[in-house]
Design a protein around this ligand. Structure first.
Ligand code: NZQ
Ligand code: ZN
Length: 389
């Protein structure tokens, strides 16, 4: 049952090879002081930095740079960004990068004027925003997180070994996002495929919940089929525009709140993955890949009907003459083969997880109950052990 809901999404998207042409028009809506947020320098190598700075200058803006946003942005970096934003009376935070830059920009956006410690207030305690918010614009260079059209912001506290995501409300969504698929061409293969799996995981986290047959399930099956098809093309030919553009568009729709409508949603793969990230600083998509197969094989008997549907509608498993379990298992086998084909890391050891960390990772995992089975501490340890076999 879809139930009752409100749906709106305030982010304006500009999509395609000419998307950056719209930046100047968007900038005219904001004051002069722009905080230019970017990561470790990939945008300087691929020329995006020069193009963006030229438009900012041409628009008469004052540029305040905040570089060095790391994958899995940290709380220390957040404090640094808050100071830059407040000291310079920033009118717009412009993120140029992947999900980490965009997440970080949203965190600075709500934190710069927070009276309390922002980590405690917005991440440890997950409070609603009650202070001034600085608007965020996003120029995306990596497809995966969906951060370009949602309120998610994930920050890591290496000291407490916590990686926490706060899903903020519509007033924190990027005001606009510029999505040029050619910007993703320069991604190293490891990051590219990690992003592909992040997209798949976002869809599965929402798909594997409830037993209802609703429109969101059909949309998700379509998104999954498109992703599987295009990702195979992109792995062979990273500059295939059709494939990269389909993937970028799929990533946005996988996590912009649409397909969650009518679903309880699960998010356990992400919760375990984030805890792995807090311990190892591993690439987000790979932390998900490392635990997905052991997680889904564990919960499959509790959501058998849906896993059967997944096998048939997404992986084209022929159901004739087979039991429901057989069909569901063949679907998971097809998924595992696809993950190997992409070259994903499916062993948590390779990401730096050690036996000594298992209890800590399980303790640090937030246990949600929207999926088919509410996990215990022991289940999580077993999922990790299974990955490390
Ligand atoms: O820092 P630079 O030099 O830009 O390099 C980055 C980084 O090393 C590189 N990269 C990005 N675009 C590139 C490029 N290299 C060459 N060419 C390009 N075009 O890729 C590396 C990873 O970038 P990052 O932004 O960290 O990746 P991603 O987009 O996967 O973001 C990951 C973060 O997002 C959070 C994750 O937890 C993680 O912290 N998430 C955010 C979500 C949300 N907002 O809703 C949901 C997700 O589930 C996820 O949790
Ligand atoms: Zn994710």
């Amino acid at each position: 049952m879809l139930g009752n809901f409100k749906y709106s999404n305030p982010t304006t998207l500009y999509f395609g090879e000419n998307a950056l042409d719209y930046l100047k028009e968007e900038l005219s809506n904001y004051g002069k002081n722009i905080m230019l947020v970017y990561g470790g320098g990939s945008i300087k190598k691929n020329g995006i930095y020069d193009d963006v700075v030229a438009i900012l200058k041409d628009s008469g803006k004052n540029i305040f740079e905040d570089a060095g946003v790391m994958p899995n942005p940290t709380v220390e970096k957040l404090y640094e960004g808050c100071k830059i934003a407040k000291d310079n009376n920033i009118d717009l935070i412009l993120s140029v990068g992947g999900g980490s830059c965009c997440d970080y920009s949203k965190a600075v956006s709500v934190s710069a004027y927070a009276e309390d410690d922002p980590w405690e207030k917005y991440f440890a305690r997950m409070e609603e925003v009650d202070n001034k918010i600085i608007p965020v614009g996003c120029i995306l260079t990596m497809a995966g997180t969906g951060s370009e059209m949602n309120g998610g912001s994930v920050i890591t506290n290496p000291e407490t070994k916590q990686k926490i995501g706060h899903v903020f409300g519509e007033n924190v969504f990027p005001k606009f996002s510029i999505l040029n698929p050619t910007y993703t061409y320069s991604l190293p293969k490891y990051q590219m495929v990690a992003g592909f799996f992040d997209i798949m995981s976002h869809i599965l986290e929402q798909y594997f919940s409830d037993s209802d047959d609703n429109t969101s399930d059909y949309i998700m099956e379509g998104l999954l089929r498109s992703l599987i098809h295009s990702s195979r093309i992109a792995v062979d030919n990273p500059t295939d525009y059709d494939a990269r553009s389909n993937i970028m568009w799929t990533a946005t729709w996988a996590l912009n709140t649409l397909v969650a409508k009518g679903k309880t949603t699960d998010w356990m793969v992400h919760m375990i993955g984030q805890s792995i990230g807090a311990y190892t600083d591993a690439t987000h998509g790979m932390t998900l890949a490392a635990v997905s197969m052991s997680y889904y094989r564990l919960i499959m008997p509790h959501g058998l009907e849906k896993f059967k549907r997944y096998a048939i509608n997404v992986w084209d498993i022929n159901p004739e003459g087979k039991s429901d379990e057989q069909i569901a298992n063949e679907g998971l086998d097809a998924m595992e083969a696809y993950m190997n084909e992409l070259g994903l890391v499916m062993d948590a050891k390779v990401l730096g997880v050690t036996d000594k960390m298992l209890d800590g990772i399980a303790d640090g995992t937030f246990i949600s109950s929207g999926g088919y089975k509410t996990l215990t501490h022991e289940d999580i340890v077993n999922i990790l052990k299974e990955s490390m076999k």
